[in-house]
Write a protein that binds this ligand. Structure first.
Ligand code: NAD
Length: 474
């Protein structure tokens, strides 16, 4: 098979996969592991071509970052699923219905594949957002169709060719195209639909899926806050925040967006972050270690947030300087205490800029975070266990990293997903396996049914009524 699967209609692919799924019947652990292994082998074989494509799509994303984030990140999910699915897929015995259990009635939950899963990915992590959920979808015994982002078209093309070379399109296929194709994709009667992307498009996806009652996993974005406690070591926090923010030049869904710190330490934190960032990137334009902003539209968008802050006379600390017109690499911009109506306050930044906000009391910062949408990630820096517990109990986000940023999505054996405006559902680990399985309850009758002799069937007698009455206890 040398053709890419994109030329085949989405509906045709879905119908073909659904039919093959029905004909296949039970999907053994060995078949699931073999499909995961095929993906692993595909990534190993095509890693260089895929990294080159990601580099070209971004206009110079470092190959080491593509290797670490998209190749090794996806491999970690695929290998974890391959190596653990046997522990996940067995039936789970449950207590049966009383009093029939006394006569041998049993019960269990059987985890069955839902069928065919549609997966829509983003450009910022163009492989990871497709292959990491696919690891759980395959572990659960499903088939899948992928729709990569059109904003990373070379990666989409290399992936489509690699998939077409290794997989029967009845098992895995790739559909390419822009928002119109994505919209048509979301309208199909999948057995489950995974969407990674912005909150605004996520709403359109969920509305389209609702028309067919398709269950969705929505991996969305938002403004992930960082709380720097009065008990935190500022130098440590500055280093971790700068390192986390530098990844993919802030084009990560869990990138720190708004950093809260006590007013007396704001200056020290800003200077610390700037110094750390500068040590990572002594120069901006042409720096091969720095990921450029993906395209002109996003370059203009991020710059506009910073220009709006400057035009308002806000304090903006820029770490380095870009040479105009050379490439799309941007210096990190730290915007201090912007008002709520500033552009940078109103949008997920998703690029090399960050807001620093001061608090008088950390409780005020938590109140401000809770007044907004629930974020995908929340970060706490501090050395006070009581305060840490209070922050965890009094906030809600998709996940949390403590004394670091951007780390919890790398937990293979813990769910990765959002809550509220940052999404619903999750993948990774057993929770990801469950997301793409149907938990089917099974009851099996015992050898004897006592209902007639116990007077439990009509004509009812007084004794049965009294027995029921006696059973109504607090
Ligand atoms: P996006 O929402 O613009 O696009 C994502 C996908 O949706 C693409 O495949 C695109 O083709 C499709 N799409 C675009 N317009 C559509 C429409 N009108 N109808 C149907 N589909 C449409 O997002 P993006 O710019 O690719 O990615 C950035 C966003 O994704 C950020 O908000 C980021 O936080 C979020 N994100 C979340 C995660 C996560 O795991 N939660 C991971 C990466 C990115």
């Amino acid at each position: 098979m040398t053709q890419t699967n994109s030329s085949i209609g989405i509906r045709q692919l879905l119908d073909m996969q659904k039919q093959a799924f029905i004909e296949e019947g039970a999907v053994s652990a060995e078949v699931r592991m073999q499909r995961l292994q095929q993906l692993i082998d595909m990534l190993v074989e095509h890693k260089n071509a895929l990294c080159q494509a990601m580099g070209e799509d971004f206009g110079g994303r470092p190959a080491v970052f593509s290797l670490a984030n998209d190749i090794l990140g996806s491999l970690a999910s695929l290998k974890h699923a391959r190596d653990h699915l046997k522990d996940w897929l067995g039936d789970s015995a449950r207590p049966s219905v009383k009093p029939f259990d006394m006569f041998g009635a049993t019960a269990w939950v059987k985890y069955q594949p839902k069928g065919v899963i549609g997966i829509i990915g983003t450009w910022n992590a163009p492989l990871f957002t497709l292959l990491s959920p696919l690891a759980c979808a395959f572990a659960a015994g499903n088939r899948a169709v992928l729709k990569p982002s059109e904003i990373a078209p070379r990666t989409a093309q290399v992936l489509a060719e690699a998939v077409a070379k290794r997989f029967d399109p009845q098992v895995l296929a790739v559909v390419q195209g822009g928002p119109e194709v994505a919209a048509a994709f979301a309208e199909q009667p999948w057995n489950h639909l995974v969407f990674t992307g912005s909150t605004s498009v996520g709403k359109l996806i969920m509305a389209a899926a609702a028309r067919n009652l398709v269950p969705v996993t929505l991996e969305l974005g938002g403004k992930s806050p960082v709380l720097v406690s009065d008990t935190a070591d500022i130098a440590h926090a500055a280093e971790r925040i700068a390192v986390g923010k530098s990844l993919n030049s802030g084009q990560l869904c869990v990138s720190p967006d708004e950093v809260w710190v006590h007013e007396s330490r704001l200056q020290a934190l800003a200077e610390g972050i700037a110094a750390q960032y500068q040590s990572l990137y002594p120069s901006v334009s042409g720096n091969a270690d720095m990921t450029p902003v993906i395209n002109e539209r996003h370059h203009v968008r991020v710059k506009a947030y910073v220009d709006d802050a400057k035009a308002r006379g806000l304090s903006v600390l820029e770490v380095g300087a870009a040479q105009a017109g050379s490439d799309r690499r941007l210096p990190l911009a730290l915007v201090i205490n912007p008002p709520a109506d500033a552009e940078i306050s109103r949008h997920e930044i998703f690029g090399p800029a960050m807001v620093l906000r001061s608090f008088h009391n950390i409780r005020d910062a938590v109140a401000a975070i809770n007044a907004g949408e629930r974020p995908l990630a929340l970060y706490y820096f501090g050395n006070d266990e009581t305060e840490q517990g209070w922050v965890l109990d009094n906030t809600l986000s998709g996940g949390v990293s403590i004394n670091d940023v951007v780390m919890h999505p790398a937990l293979e054996d813990a769910p990765f997903g959002g809550v509220g405006a940052s999404g619903m559902g999750h993948y990774h680990g057993r929770e990801g396996f469950l997301e793409f399985s149907h938990a089917r309850s099974v009851y099996k009758a015992g050898s004897h049914d006592p209902r007639r002799e116990w007077g439990m069937l009509p004509p009812y007698n007084e004794q049965f009524a009294q027995m029921l009455q006696a059973a109504v206890t607090p």
